[in-house]
Design a protein around this ligand. Structure first.
Ligand SMILES: Nc1ncnc2c1ncn2[C@@H]1O[C@H](COP(=O)(O)OP(=O)(O)OP(=O)(O)O)[C@@H](O)[C@H]1O
Ligand SMILES: [Mg+2]
Length: 207
């Protein structure tokens, strides 16, 4: 059976994940490759309903409840979409994945990282991305970009210290698994970043 490639994009709000995924997906498709672009939370019918709860600005969620909703969404997403596409040889590019849960709910919100890792192990065992692109930039720049497009979900409304902990959390994760992560300076232009990402992926996966 063909085996696909699983690539995730991570980074704070406004770091350029969605922008770069679109550019990369289009470029790989032009090359004739089979590509699925997807996102978390929410890219299934069940996930849409969970996403509405998670990103609702006014809602008051217990941190463990929040954590489990993210995992619930991921179980549906991995089994309904990600794994079936990988099994038929697709390059699956996902906007946020487990590293977001560790960075936001763990490092930033303060839920025990051991609990998150244990839940992840129980639900997904060894399943993880082949490559994770981390778009790193100062929090203030990312949030300003999103303010300009009036994006205000529950996470944009968190304070700067929260987002700093997310950023630092991501950098720690990248330090723990340097071979899986590719860190980019996301203050660069969209075109420069797209080029670096494309080159890295071509080289790493011999495309
Ligand atoms: N390299 C860049 N330089 C300047 N602006 C950028 C760059 N990349 C993206 N932007 C702009 O910043 C805004 C946020 O980008 P984008 O939506 O891709 O970020 P994101 O990481 O997906 O954010 P979120 O986590 O909120 O979904 C958009 O208006 C986008 O056009
Ligand atoms: Mg986005």
């Amino acid at each position: 059976m063909d085996k696909g490639i699983f690539i995730t994009f991570e980074g704070i709000e406004g770091s350029g994940k969605t922008t770069q995924i679109k550019l990369l997906g289009e470029r790989l498709k032009k090359q004739g490759l089979k590509v699925l672009t997807t996102y978390e939370p929410g890219d299934t019918d069940v996930g849409q309903k969970i996403r509405n709860i998670l990103l609702e600005p006014e809602i008051n969620i217990n941190p463990l409840c929040e954590l489990i909703l993210y995992f619930a969404d991921r179980v549906q997403h991995v089994n309904e979409k990600i794994k079936p596409y990988l099994e038929t040889g697709f390059i699956v590019i996902c906007d946020r994945f487990t590293d977001s849960t560790v960075a936001y709910q763990g490092y930033a919100r303060g839920v025990s990282i051991d609990i998150i890792k244990e839940l992840n192990r129980i639900l997904f065992n060894e399943f993880k991305p082949d490559l994770t692109i981390l778009l790193d930039l100062p929090v203030i720049i990312g949030l300003k970009r999103n303010q300009q497009i009036n994006k205000t979900d529950r996470f944009e409304l968190e304070d700067l210290a929260f987002h700093d902990r997310v950023r630092e959390g991501y950098l720690k994760l990248a330090e723990i698994e340097p071979e899986r992560f590719f860190i980019l300076d996301a203050t660069k232009s969209q075109i420069e970043l797209a080029e670096e990402i494309y080159k890295t992926i071509k080289l790493r996966f011999h495309l």
